[in-house]
Design a protein around this ligand. Structure first.
Ligand code: ATP
Ligand code: LTN
Length: 329
């Protein structure tokens, strides 16, 4: 099969959780074997909502170290931080001038994040345009993301097609690769909303950097239901179904087989088994993380990543500037 250019990004808004890992990062690792992959830590996206500068810096390096700890290999993939490659901001402006307030107003993520505010930060509004710039800057073929990003990918395609049509072939029109619906991991406290880095309740998620005590507490406290029967029924029993999903995704044992094995047992027994599975799966990642995070190698890998990213981005940006008649050449 032909190698494709793959690009994706994760915001450094907190530590990577099981949802990010099972829904996105595991796929990133698989894709790097047969494609040319670029994985970005999108720090400029994260400042669309206020961030503490010290915390942000820490999270950028934590997420980078976690990328490596879960198996992304800097020899196979380009790993870098968005703000280190100035082309993202530059292309973003060109795309901003070719997108419309009407289409941006329809973005559900913007509507959700600005809800209840009389006036929202402009960056929150133009967030999808910066995302389009991330993708188009690398002549990307494939963008692996969760379903929640589908609208942003469609917008990226619309902008690329619009510019290609008006100014001549400029951008590769990318395709989204959407993760399976079943891969969506829900909050432990509220299994009807997705596990998220930015949810207020820390017990709602399991971060890859959580210690065994926290993991145990969060799982044992996880919301289930009162009928006490271990069965997979996401609609009527979202809590236990989410836990079964996590168990199955980590062990690769089928849900049916897990349900059969725990037949007649109570939720407590299953939760204890899940604590063990999660702790055992996370421990080696955590160990690798600790080593990488402390080493000087991390910064070298990121510097090398931004150099390699920039080498790809520069000619694409030049191409775009030329089509628009910008600059002196
Ligand atoms: P935030 O809370 O800041 O919005 P997030 O936890 O939703 O963060 P993102 O940085 O937006 O995470 O997403 C990184 C990747 O992880 C995306 O591809 C997204 O679709 C995926 N992802 C996020 N949450 C989940 C989840 N609960 N289950 C499966 N995949 C997820
Ligand atoms: N909006 C995405 C993060 C993101 C991204 C990208 C993903 C920013 N730029 C480019 C893929 C490609 C999110 O919140 N998950």
């Amino acid at each position: 099969m032909e190698r494709k250019r793959v690009f994706s990004g994760v915001q450094p808004t907190g530590n990577i959780h099981l949802g990010n890992y099972l829904g996105a990062l595991k796929q990133f690792v698989d894709l790097q074997e047969t494609n040319d992959c670029i994985y970005c830590i999108v720090d400029m996206h994260s400042i669309t909502v206020p961030q503490d500068p010290e915390e942000l810096k820490k999270h950028i390096l934590d997420v980078a170290a976690l990328y490596l700890a879960v198996g992304l290999d800097p020899k196979k993939s380009i790993i870098f931080v968005q703000s280190e490659v100035s082309g993202h901001a530059e292309l973003s402006w060109i795309l901003t001038c070719n997108s419309y307030t009407g289409e941006l107003s329809r973005m559900t993520q913007f509507k959700a994040k600005s809800k209840g505010q009389e006036s929202a930060p402009t960056g929150l509004f133009t967030y999808p345009v910066l995302m389009a710039a991330d993708i188009l800057l690398y002549d990307t073929d494939i963008v692996p993301v969760g379903n929640d990003q589908k609208q942003h990918i469609e917008l990226t395609r619309d902008i690329a097609l619009r510019i290609n049509h008006k100014y001549g072939d400029t951008f590769v029109v990318p395709e989204g690769r959407y993760l399976k619906e079943g891969a969506r991991i829900m909050g432990l406290d509220d299994p009807t909303s997705k596990m998220s880095k930015s949810a207020e309740n820390d017990m709602s998620r399991i971060s890859l950097l959580d210690d065994p005590g926290k993991i145990k507490k969060a799982i044992m406290k996880a919301t289930t239901d009162s009928d006490g029967v271990i069965a997979f029924d996401p609609e009527n029993k979202p809590g236990i179904s989410n836990l079964l999903n996590i168990y199955s995704a980590l062990t690769e044992e089928s849900i049916t087989s897990i349900v059969n094995r725990f037949d007649g047992e109570g939720y407590g027994t299953f939760k204890k088994a899940l604590v063990e599975v999660v702790t055992d799966s996370i421990a080696p990642i955590r160990e690798r993380f600790d080593k990488i995070r402390e080493s000087d190698e991390l910064i070298d890998i990121l510097k090398d990543g931004s150099r390699r990213a920039n080498d790809i981005a520069e000619p694409v940006l030049e191409r775009a500037k030329e089509r628009f008649g910008l600059g002196i050449r």
